[in-house]
Structures are given as structure tokens and as C-alpha cells.
Design a protein around this ligand. Structure first.
Ligand SMILES: [Zn+2]
Length: 271
């Protein structure tokens, strides 16, 4: 996961009016948000541009599945809601509620061989269910979502990866954030076996890149040739942790764990 800055989303001319008209027609005629799904579907390619076509949640290579627009706050109903009717209908056409995610993260699926199940579907757990919004006049700022959100600048820094198994893990010690990470792993199905294996390959490859760059650093003797070799090795790490790379968030957080006072350039790679 990597932070997606929603303010960079460029909307087509006339989209806001189209969304407002859909909202009005839905409300006036008692229709469902899905009767106007073209309103968000038409933004899919623009949203994809913000992540080099990678799912905003798992950042798996795009071959994992066909990605779609998901409503972060579910538009129809909420599985965890204490009351009915639930669902954030008034956010059905609000582009700030849209996330570009893959069907594995989004839709409920069972991985029989791997023994896991997941997929966000209509889940949206809160830290305190009592403050859930049911009406447009309720204050969304009272809610503390338990799901990690790629559009929250802080959330992507909480998700790491085990170098032993490729299993997603919390990159924080804060108990509440650890709980959020664990709920997110389950609901986004980030522990799916095929995804774990892919992540493990990437993290082992990254460790090799780090070892290689350390060796090139140790070999430097002031000559341009050796300096160049070191720079090329560092660029390979930079490429693996930059937005748009496979699992770039987890790879970035892994480099943070590998910080070493003997190799200060590793620290500079992760701010
Ligand atoms: Zn995904």
C-alpha cells in the first residue's frame, strides 16, 4: 500500500454535474446507487493512472486481476452496522470515497488450497460502532475506520511484510494500529497464499539488492568506476521502493527495518 493523494485526481469535464444529477434522480425515485454505476466506472482509467495501474491496497502486479472502483465507505449496506438501514448512500457519487482496487481485495473469495478467505465487500468496521453515520447530517469525522486507507497519508506506513514467509505484518508497535493492520489483512485478503509467495520473492530480492549495494559501498576507493557501481546498486533499491513498483509500500517499510549506522545511505533512501 502507498499513499494516494486524492487531490491529484483529475475529473472529466462535466463529471461533477453528472454525479449530482445521478444523486438527485436516485433520491427522487427511490433508486439504488448501482443503477448509476457508470458514474464511477467512467473514472476507472483516471484512477489507475495514480498508481501505475496497481491496486491501491495490495500493489500486486496488475495481472492479479481486473481492478475496479470500490466505495471505501460502502454505498449499499455495512456488514458491521448495529442498525438498519445502513450504508453511505450519500457518498455513492463522491469521488473522494472511491478507491481503485483489485477484485481479490474487493470481493469475498475463499482460497481453498491456502486455507484463507477475504475480500472487503460490504465490510467497514469502526473503532466505536456507536458513532457510525447513518445520515448525511451525521459527522463522518467522528468515525475511526479500522480498515487501512490508501488515501490516508499515515496508513501505508503501518503495513510491513515478513521476510520469512511473505505474510503481511504490522510495521508498528501501537496496539490500536496493530489491530487495524490485522483486520485489514483479513478483510483485504492480503494473506492469500499466492500473494504471500509473490511478496516473499520480492522481499528476498530486495534483501539481495541491499547486500549487493553494501558490498559495492565497502569496495569504494575514491575511483569513479567503483563510485558508479555503488550508485547503480543504490538505484536498483530506489526503484524497488518507489511508488508504482510491486508492493512498494511493504518494500519501503522493509528498507526502514534494514537501517544501519554503517551504511547511512540506506537511511536516506527512506527519509
Ligand atoms: Zn488488491
Amino acid at each position: 500500500m502507498r499513499w494516494i493523494d486524492q487531490e491529484k485526481i483529475e475529473l472529466p469535464e462535466g463529471w461533477l454535474a453528472k454525479a449530482a444529477a445521478a444523486r438527485k434522480e436516485m433520491d427522487d425515485n427511490g433508486l439504488k446507487p448501482d443503477d448509476f454505476s457508470d458514474v464511477w466506472r467512467c473514472l476507472k482509467d483516471r484512477f489507475a493512472l495514480l498508481s501505475d495501474k496497481r491496486c491501491w491496497i495490495c500493489e500486486a502486479p496488475s495481472a492479479r486481476s481486473d481492478n475496479a472502483i470500490d466505495h471505501f465507505r460502502p454505498k449499499n449496506r455495512v456488514a458491521e452496522a448495529a442498525k438498519e438501514p445502513s450504508g453511505y448512500r450519500w457518498l455513492a457519487f463522491d469521488y473522494r470515497n472511491f478507491r481503485y482496487i483489485c477484485t481479490f481485495c474487493n470481493s469475498r473469495r475463499c482460497d481453498v488450497l491456502g486455507g484463507t478467505a477475504g475480500g472487503k465487500a460490504d465490510h467497514f468496521p469502526l473503532r466505536d460502532e456507536a458513532v457510525r453515520a447513518y445520515l448525511e447530517t451525521d459527522d463522518l469525522d467522528d468515525e475511526e475506520p479500522m480498515l487501512l486507507d490508501p488515501c490516508d497519508e499515515a496508513d501505508w506506513k503501518l503495513l510491513g511484510c515478513s521476510v520469512e514467509s511473505g505474510h503481511p505484518v504490522a510495521a508498528t508497535d501501537d496496539a490500536h494500529d496493530v489491530e487495524r493492520v490485522n483486520i485489514s489483512i483479513d478483510l483485504y485478503h492480503l494473506h492469500q497464499d499466492a500473494l504471500k509467495k509473490l511478496r516473499l520473492t520480492h522481499i528476498r530480492d530486495l534483501d539481495q539488492k541491499i547486500s549487493y549495494a553494501k558490498d559495492r559501498y565497502d569496495e569504494m576507493d575514491g575511483t569513479p568506476k567503483r563510485k558508479k557501481k555503488f550508485k547503480v546498486a543504490v538505484m536498483a533499491i530506489q526503484r524497488a521502493i518507489s511508488p508504482g513498483a510491486d508492493f512498494s509500500g511493504e518494500m519501503y517499510n522493509h528498507v526502514k527495518k534494514r537501517r544501519d549506522n554503517d551504511y547511512p545511505w540506506l537511511q536516506s533512501l527512506v527519509g
